[in-house]
Ligand binder design. Structure first.
Ligand SMILES: [Cu+2]
Length: 150
């Protein structure tokens, strides 16, 4: 088995493990939409599922990006703006969506390796010290993508 298929198998079993179980902290449906413009940040989305206790997502890191921030897009009097978030509350048993027009990840400098692989591995760091590694599907321009961010 080559390296790629091992990684795909690993993420597939991770996906299976996260299906149909509602009482542990996990995340799924993670995607990264690469910015069509070089040097502009890409955006990241996912569903955060709460566990048995209230926690906060306090950071997201990846070995293969320059920088990653948690943001929230807000609309006030028809004006869209974006603010950096220090944390994202994930209440017990609830699902918090990072999605276009709302909370999202802003990602600078996605590595060529992850682009080629089509997956970006990132680590979610929670206030209870839990760290969860997930693979986000990397989408390039021209592929079916959700509504453009900001
Ligand atoms: Cu942003």
């Amino acid at each position: 088995m080559n390296k790629l298929s091992i990684m795909l198998t690993a993420s597939a079993s991770l996906l299976l493990a996260s299906c149909g179980q509602g009482d542990f902290l996990h995340a799924d449906n993670a995607v990264v939409n690469l910015s069509p413009v070089e040097d502009n940040p890409s955006s990241g989305y996912m569903d955060l599922h709460g566990g048995r206790v209230d926690v906060e997502l306090v950071g997201v890191t990846s070995d293969d990006v320059l920088r990653m921030e948690m943001h929230e897009t807000t609309e006030e009097d028809g004006m869209m703006s974006m603010a950096k978030l220090k944390s994202i509350p994930v209440p017990a048993g609830e699902t918090v969506k990072l999605e276009p027009g709302g909370k999202h990840l802003m990602i600078w400098g996605v590595g060529e390796g992850s682009k080629k692989r089509g997956l970006l591995t990132m680590t979610l760091i929670y206030s209870n010290d839990e760290r969860i590694e997930i693979d986000a599907v990397v989408r390039k321009v021209g592929e079916p993508a959700p509504v453009a961010d900001e």
